[in-house]
Design a protein around this ligand. Structure first.
Ligand code: HEM
Length: 178
């Protein structure tokens, strides 16, 4: 009886139009290559929901996260000079806070993509080289992971949250460094 397969389980003459792309992957219409990128890093809808669960934690720790970020960035003379010339620490802290909350919201849509492309242009304009962007990013990731580990989670949940977080941060880098 347990081996019996329901006739609906394998719909032979009712195949979905895109048989490989399961509904679980996050996709955006009109972004074929980006969809492939997201599939390659295994970014699923489940990931995005899981991430949202971390929102209260990240909101609570947002000052810690951004302070850590800017302390290390300002430790590099070259980067401090770029910030003072083109912006201000206060202003950048504010934009970074909004930006981080947005990542955690996990609404990877048209606007999300467009905004990352704008950030890339801004960074290029102010002369921020990719190697510094990536260093700053790793610092952000370190702090993020520390914050997640501060939460009471089961081991498997913690692994999943950290994996999800690194997927989103990786996607961010793919978009900004393109
Ligand atoms: C602008 C994010 C690294 C310098 C921005 C903006 C965001 C952002 C969200 C605002 C874009 C907008 O106005 O629409 C990030 C992220 C980074 C990063 C996520 C790495 C994890 C850096 C670093 C520097 C830097 C290392 C150091 C020089 C700037 C400057 C602007 C800017 C000068 C222009 C701000 C303005 O117009 O006032 N960045 N950034 N960023 N970023 Fe970054």
């Amino acid at each position: 009886k347990t081996n019996e397969v329901s006739p609906d389980a394998h719909p032979k003459d009712n195949e979905p139009i895109a048989p490989i792309a399961t509904a679980a992957f996050h996709t955006l219409s009109g972004h074929d290559e980006l969809n492939e990128q997201m599939r390659m890093i295994d970014l699923t809808e489940e990931d995005l929901s899981l991430l949202r669960l971390m929102k209260p934690t990240v909101e609570r720790e947002i000052d810690y996260i951004t302070d850590q970020f800017y302390n290390t960035v300002l430790g590099v003379n070259k980067l401090e000079a770029i910030i003072l010339e083109h912006s201000s620490i206060e202003r950048l802290k504010r934009t970074l806070k909004e930006h981080i909350i947005e990542i955690i919201d996990g609404n990877v849509d048209e606007q999300y993509i467009a905004k990352r492309l704008t950030i890339a242009k801004i960074h290029k304009r102010v002369g921020l080289e990719p190697k510094w962007y990536l260093s700053a990013f790793q610092n952000l990731q370190n702090v993020f992971i520390t914050v997640v580990y501060g939460e009471v989670l089961k081991d498997n949940e913690r692994l999943k949250v950290v994996q999800t977080l690194t997927k989103l941060l990786n996607l961010e880098q793919q978009l900004v460094l393109e």
